[in-house]
Design a binder for this molecule. Structure first.
Ligand code: SF4
Ligand code: SF4
Length: 198
């Protein structure tokens, strides 16, 4: 595997909201041994921090970045208060930016899901599951396969009235849209808040 060293990458990560404490890391591995997913997937929080410190941009390709459950074990147990789970969020934002600029191809569909999720909230002030599923199926490239895989649970939820076929916009949706506008530097900035979902 080719390692791409970018001397500016460390500074870029540290400049991200939540990743300011990166330089405090003493590489003790407490985060790695506390992480419930590192036992099952190729994900090593200590190594992720090391890669950031060394300027290895390949860290943005890590699959575990999108599998982290935000359980906060790493955050709570770190003796240096590095707050690794916040660094994960910062790296996700950077990875999404790189992907948007065409410099990185993301294998995970999680960023597309997050974007669609936020898009629904920005448009209606609450979640609109049918719209979310439709938009995500299109944007992730999963298409009809997605509908098939959720067919069983989808029907059960629909029968119980848990899946609305039409969006139900809240009254003060403008205030929700204001929140999105104020965070226009985040990945959700791509959310178009003005139009209706088609
Ligand atoms: S627990 Fe904290 S100090 Fe130790 S390796 Fe993880 S981030 Fe670094
Ligand atoms: S927050 Fe993420 S990285 Fe940290 S311990 Fe939990 S799953 Fe692992």
């Amino acid at each position: 595997m080719t390692m791409r060293v970018d001397p500016e990458f460390r500074g870029k990560v540290v400049g991200e909201l939540g990743a300011e404490r990166l330089l405090r890391c003493v590489q003790c591995s407490t985060c790695t041994v506390s992480c419930p997913i590192s036992e099952f997937v190729d994900w090593n929080p200590r190594l992720v921090v090391e890669k950031c410190l060394l300027g290895l941009r390949d860290v943005l390709d890590e699959e575990g970045l999108w599998l982290c459950t935000s359980c906060q074990n790493c955050y709570e147990r770190c003796p240096q208060d590095v707050r690794f789970s916040e660094i994960v969020l910062a790296l996700r934002r950077l990875a999404a930016e790189e992907a948007k600029a065409g410099r990185l191809k993301l294998e995970s569909t999680k960023p597309a899901f997050d974007e669609c999720f936020l898009e629904m909230v920005a448009k209606y002030g609450r979640q609109y599951e049918a719209g979310l599923l439709r938009t995500f199926a299109k944007r992730s490239g999963l298409g009809f396969k997605l509908f098939l895989s959720y067919k069983g649970i989808g029907m059960r939820l629909f029968k119980k009235g848990k899946v609305a076929l039409r969006p139900d916009k809240i009254k003060r949706v403008k205030e929700v849209r204001e929140v999105f506008k104020r965070f226009s530097g985040s990945p959700s900035s791509s959310v178009e808040t003005g139009g209706e979902h088609k």
